[in-house]
Design a protein around this ligand. Structure first.
Ligand SMILES: *[C@@H]1O[C@H](CO)[C@@H](O)[C@H](O)[C@H]1NC(C)=O
Ligand SMILES: *[C@@H]1O[C@H](CO)[C@@H](O)[C@H](O)[C@H]1NC(C)=O
Ligand SMILES: *[C@@H]1O[C@H](CO)[C@@H](O)[C@H](O)[C@H]1NC(C)=O
Ligand SMILES: *[C@@H]1O[C@H](CO)[C@@H](O)[C@H](O)[C@H]1NC(C)=O
Length: 486
């Protein structure tokens, strides 16, 4: 194992916040898991209706896992973190992509050259103006769909009425056939983690290294400029790097110029840190409609969602809502059990929503979800999403993509337009029973679970998912050690 625990990084405040430090204890062999620890309730207010015991038997777990009862709801949780395995010299090349350029020098990147963290970047800068003009001159029609209000379906009467027409995923789960939502081959899992790189990402990478797992990381631009060496480690270990916007907004609430700024800066920081430019992205909270879709096509980004087979079965573990208090470790593992159950009932493979932003989400992945997946019968073929689509890792990026077999989305859209003689359609709406039935069944606002519970009518959902002090607490705790970390 190439990682070592750096106890020097366990700051005093952490030691007291997490009494047992990094001492993990093995759990009983029979795999039964019970939560009796009052600590598990944390300070969350919404935990009463959530399970505090998991209702299925764990087949297996990581022997060094954090006990389930120590994965706390309703609070930021700050254990000691570990260092990334390796820092890479400028010019190093990823072994898995022979044609990639050498790595840029991560130390040369200066956050001052990038927009303010966690805010939609201004649109009047030269970079963004250039990207806007590229989009406007791309040949892709950007439909004139109004921006949505914050607050999802419940706060958007007009957009809700047009949700099916505009293929607004948030209210009804509509997807176009240009969106990636599954892996084609049964029992293949296109593994992904969103919202990093975070201080907990190396814990996840360590487990990947130990178990020979690779995944797709949908990275937030603000996080990437904060931790470029960690992004390089993800990339050099053979993971797929994809865009998850600069500041993680609900993209349909942003103007076209702002959407361009969010995507453009994230493409740029990834290119500046890795020397390659992603061809794939995931909209935060799944919040995409035909306007946002068209902009992303014009910017050569293909959307990757997560599998949704019905209004009440979206492959979202809801791990992201443990710190905010609307999920518990037990409810996430119960949901994961239902996802595994449903995965064997569908004819395709699948894509699941998980996160590497918070300690809890990484602890539950490395301790429970991934060990369960590795032990699954029939065996899951776990790969980055690009590989579950039967493509080489190189097709993740503009510079190394095989353009003849995987036309980039802009070229594909333009070729399609020509061949369908001027049709402005961005594609046909998915006709699965699930999306059309829920698109037309009144959208009570609870039809689609999502990355940020966008279907709830409360703007608080966004706060829980991303904007609250939990994030700064989770990320800020390493401020004093940032020089050591990256
Ligand atoms: C609903 O939309 C209005 C108009 O944009 C906004 O001012 C308000 O904050 C939104 N409400 C919620 C709960 O997000
Ligand atoms: C599939 O998901 C549905 C909805 O959550 C659930 O009721 C059902 O039990 C799941 N199926 C399996 C086999 O787990
Ligand atoms: C695919 O096209 C892009 C953009 O024109 C180019 O940079 C890249 O080198 C091409 N890929 C290959 C493998 O030649
Ligand atoms: C091409 O057009 C067809 C028919 O409108 C559509 O189903 C398909 O998704 C389009 N493909 C692309 C890459 O836009």
């Amino acid at each position: 194992m190439k990682y070592t625990t750096l106890s020097a990084l366990a700051l005093p405040v952490l030691a007291s916040a997490h009494g047992h430090g990094v001492a993990h204890r093995a759990r009983q062999d029979d795999g039964s898991a019970e939560l009796s620890d009052a600590n598990a309730a944390g300070t969350g207010t919404a935990t009463n209706s959530l399970p505090t015991t998991i209702s299925f038997s764990l087949i297996t777990e990581n022997p060094t896992a954090i006990p389930i009862s120590d994965i706390r709801t309703g609070t930021a949780q700050l254990q000691s973190t570990i260092a990334i395995s390796t820092t890479y010299a400028a010019g190093a090349r990823p072994t898995q992509i022979s044609s990639a350029a050498g790595l840029p020098d991560a130390l040369a990147l200066n956050p001052k050259d990038y927009p303010t963290l966690d805010k939609t970047p201004p649109t009047d800068t030269p970079e963004v103006q250039e990207w806007i003009s590229q989009v406007m001159n791309s040949g892709v029609d950007i439909p004139d769909i109004p921006v949505t209000n914050p607050g999802g379906c419940g706060n958007n009467t007009a957009a809700l009425a047009n949700a099916a027409q505009n293929c607004w995923w948030t209210c009804g789960g509509c997807v176009r056939d240009t969106d990636i939502t599954t892996c084609p081959t049964k029992d293949s899992w296109g593994v992904s983690y969103d919202d990093g790189p975070s201080p907990y990402t190396p814990n996840l990478l360590q487990y990947f290294d130990q178990e020979d797992i690779r995944a797709t990381f949908f990275v937030v631009g603000s996080r990437a400029i904060s931790r470029p060496a960690m992004l390089q480690d993800e990339y050099m270990m053979g993971n797929q790097i994809a865009v998850h916007t600069w500041s993680h907004p609900y993209m349909t609430t942003r103007t076209t110029e702002e959407v361009i700024a969010e995507l453009g800066w994230t493409k740029k920081i990834i290119h500046d840190a890795l020397g390659v430019t992603p061809l794939y992205w995931r909209p935060p909270y799944g919040d995409i409609d035909d306007r946002v879709r068209a902009i992303s096509t014009a910017m050569n980004l293909t959307p990757i969602m997560w599998t949704r087979i019905s209004a009440d079965m979206t492959f979202d573990t809801t791990d992201w809502s443990i710190p905010g208090g609307t999920s518990t470790a037990a409810s996430v593992l119960d949901k994961w059990n239902l996802i595994m159950g449903n995965s064997t009932k569908i004819d395709t493979g699948f894509i699941v929503l998980e996160h590497d932003l918070f300690e809890q989400t990484v602890d539950i992945a490395t301790g429970y979800i991934l060990p369960q997946a590795l032990a699954h019968v029939p065996k899951y073929n776990m790969t980055p999403i690009i590989e579950c689509l039967n493509m080489p890792l190189a097709n993740s990026y503009i510079e190394t993509n095989d353009n003849s077999t995987n036309p980039p989305p802009l070229a594909a859209a333009l070729a399609n337009r020509t061949s369908t003689s001027g049709s402005a359609s961005a594609g046909t709406a998915s006709s699965t029973a699930s999306s059309s039935s829920s698109s037309s069944s009144g959208h009570s606002g609870s039809g689609s679970s999502s990355e940020g519970s966008t279907s709830s009518s409360s703007g608080a959902a966004a706060g829980i998912a991303f904007n609250s002090g939990l994030i700064s607490a989770a990320l800020g705790m390493v401020a004093g050690a940032s020089a050591l970390l990256f």
